[in-house]
Design a protein around this ligand. Structure first.
Ligand code: BDR
Ligand code: CA
Length: 326
């Protein structure tokens, strides 16, 4: 059993990652921390609580609200992809009786901030805790600045972010999570604990289509399947209009899959740097992944391949299973 902490800017695909992690018997989710990214941290935090209610667990992991602003850059969000509430508009959906389908949940939150909770758990579980950042790296960087000694106890960081051999999704060269807080990303890479990166190059290979989702959840009608259908609809529509496919990328569930099914992934060691200041290239992740090139000492493991179909099957088996939850 691996102890993990999910750090998220929930987000449609973040919600799917939370559900996958909580349905993975190999993982113990010690906490969920939130950060501004897809939408403001207040909404990301609410979205975590809405997601947890949809899963109907007996016991909930602790949730802590995190940083609202990147280290240096002004904040930019991704409302145009995830909706103004971050969950494709589901918080405005009304049932036939006029009540909200997804009422605003009670704010059951940790009394300490995300940064302090990360530091506390790093100390409580030395060499055990794996951080899984699914948004900008602001909370993680701030925890490293505040208490570097404790943060050296982190076993590993497995993050979704970056792009190496294809185009970015915010600018031509940058992926969203790194673009929002490139200074935090560089600080995390410089810190010196093991980092594994799951970039767009790989997440763009794993598409959840509406057709497949409908076929899988058609077999099971319950609160969770309704949430999956409602929360993904607007994001799928966005990609249909923009990208020509009726579906969405499973960005954030992939680091969870890498932890629990590593045989489905291919990785290479690399020396990764972040462009923090370029006018045209800010947020770019730079590494030479060519095997024949002499390399500087690696500071990260970069995921370069995934067995998409096996991962998708695994994803559905897990998220629609009711037997693996604690
Ligand atoms: C990443 O950006 C966010 O919009 C998604 O949740 C994912 O973490 C993909 O670039
Ligand atoms: Ca995310």
């Amino acid at each position: 059993m691996q102890r993990i902490l999910l750090d998220t800017d929930t987000g449609v695909d973040d919600a799917l990652a939370i559900i996958l992690a909580l349905n993975s018997p190999e993982l113990q989710v010690e906490a969920i921390t939130t950060v501004s990214g897809n939408v403001h941290v207040e909404l990301c935090t609410r979205n975590v609580l809405i997601t947890l209610e949809a899963i109907e667990l007996r016991e909930y992991p602790i949730v802590a609200k995190g940083e609202s602003q990147p280290l240096i850059k002004p904040f930019v969000n991704a409302e145009h992809v995830h909706g103004s509430d971050g969950l494709g508009g589901i918080t405005e959906l009304l049932a036939s009786d006029g009540e909200r389908c997804y009422p605003h949940p009670e704010p059951r939150l940790s009394p300490v901030s995300a940064v302090d909770l990360i530091i506390e758990l790093a100390g409580r579980y030395p060499d055990e805790l794996v951080l899984v950042p699914l948004g900008p790296l602001t909370n993680i960087a701030k925890a490293m600045i505040k208490n570097p000694a404790r943060m050296r106890n982190i076993r590993e960081i497995v993050l979704m972010g970056g792009v190496f051999e294809t185009y970015g999704n915010v600018t031509t060269t940058a992926e969203f999570n790194i673009f929002v807080d490139p200074h935090a990303a560089q600080l995390v890479l410089d810190f010196g604990i093991p980092v594994t990166i799951v970039p767009l190059d790989v997440t763009h290979q794993v598409i959840l289509t509406r057709e497949r989702l409908n076929a899988e959840i058609g077999k099971k009608k319950n609160r969770l399947s309704q949430f999956l259908s409602d929360s993904t609809e607007a994001c799928m529509k966005f990609h249909h209009q923009r990208g020509g496919f009726d579906g969405l990328y499973l960005h954030d569930p992939l680091p969870i899959g890498l932890l629990t099914q590593p045989e489905l992934f291919e990785t290479v060691d690399a020396f990764v740097q972040i462009e923090t200041s370029g006018d045209l290239t800010q947020g770019m992740t730079i590494a030479d992944l060519r095997p024949e090139r002499p390399r500087p000492t690696p500071n990260a493991r970069v995921c370069v391949g995934v067995n998409s179909e096996s991962f998708l099957q695994h994803f559905f088996d897990r998220i629609l299973s009711t037997t693996t939850r604690f």
